[in-house]
Design a protein. Structure first.
Lengths: 113, 111
C-alpha cells in the first residue's frame, strides 16, 4: 500500500459524458501527478500540481482539467468523453516538486462505451 | 520524446541476471526506474540524478551515462518476484515534475 488513495476504482460511462476522478496523496506529500495508461500509448504524464499550483503539463487534452485543493487532494475532470479515453488513470504523489520518488495510487479504470 | 527501452521482453530462470537499457535523444537531468506488476500500480525502484546522486532499491542497481543520455538497470540473481514490466522515466532539466516514460520491458522469471 503506497498511501495514495484513488476513487472510484472503476468507472463505466457513455460517450459525451463528464467524470471526476479523485486522488488523496500520501500524508506530507505536496506534489500530485496524473498519468494515463493505455495499451497503445503506455504510461503518459498528464499534469502535476505542487501545493495547489499547476507546475508541469504533459499532453493533456483540453477536455481534461485538474486541480489541487487546499487539503492537497486532487481531482481530474474528464469531459466530452470519447471511446479513446478508456484507460487506467493513475495518480502519484511525492514530497518534492521535481518528481523525485513518486508513489502511485491503485488507479481508476475508466471505460467509455 | 519517449525514451527507448531495450529489450522489449526478457525471460529468465531464477538466479539469472538481466540488463534493461533506456536511451534518450534529449539531455537528461534524471532517470527514474519503476516496476509494474500486472493489474497493479507502478512501484518506484530507483532514481539516478545528473552528477551521480542515486537512491533506490537495495537489491537492484543502475547506471546513468549523462553524456550518452543512457541508463541501464541491472537485475542480478533474479527472483520470481522480479517479474513485471519495467519502465524508465526521464526528466529534462527544466521540466520539474514531468516524467516521460519508455514503452516498458516485460521481465518474466521462471522457477
Amino acid at each position: 500500500d503506497s498511501g495514495v488513495t484513488q476513487t472510484p476504482k472503476h468507472l463505466i460511462t457513455a460517450t459525451g459524458q463528464r467524470v471526476t476522478l479523485r486522488c488523496s496523496p500520501r500524508s506530507g506529500d505536496l506534489s500530485v501527478y496524473w498519468y494515463q495508461q493505455s495499451l497503445d500509448q503506455g504510461l503518459q504524464f498528464l499534469i502535476q500540481y505542487y501545493n495547489g499550483e499547476e507546475r508541469a503539463k504533459g499532453n493533456i487534452l483540453e477536455r481534461f482539467s485538474a486541480q489541487q485543493f487546499p487539503d492537497l487532494h486532487s481531482e481530474l475532470n474528464l469531459s466530452s468523453l470519447e471511446l479513446g479515453d478508456s484507460a487506467l488513470y493513475f495518480c502519484a504523489s511525492s514530497v518534492r516538486i521535481d518528481s523525485y520518488e513518486q508513489y502511485f495510487g491503485p488507479g481508476t479504470r475508466l471505460t467509455v462505451t | 520524446q519517449q525514451p527507448v527501452q531495450s529489450p522489449q521482453a526478457v525471460i529468465l530462470r531464477e538466479g539469472e541476471d538481466a540488463v534493461i537499457n533506456c536511451s534518450s535523444s534529449k539531455a537528461l537531468y534524471s532517470v527514474h526506474w519503476y516496476r509494474q506488476k500486472h493489474g497493479e500500480a507502478p512501484v518506484f525502484l530507483m532514481i539516478l540524478l545528473k552528477g551521480g546522486e542515486q537512491k533506490g532499491h537495495e537489491k537492484i542497481s543502475a547506471s546513468f551515462n549523462e553524456k550518452k543520455q543512457q541508463s541501464s538497470l541491472y537485475l542480478t540473481a533474479s527472483q520470481l518476484s522480479y517479474s513485471g514490466t519495467y519502465f524508465c522515466g526521464v526528466q529534462g532539466g527544466t521540466s520539474y515534475g514531468k516524467l516521460t516514460f519508455g514503452q516498458g520491458t516485460i521481465l518474466t522469471v521462471h522457477p
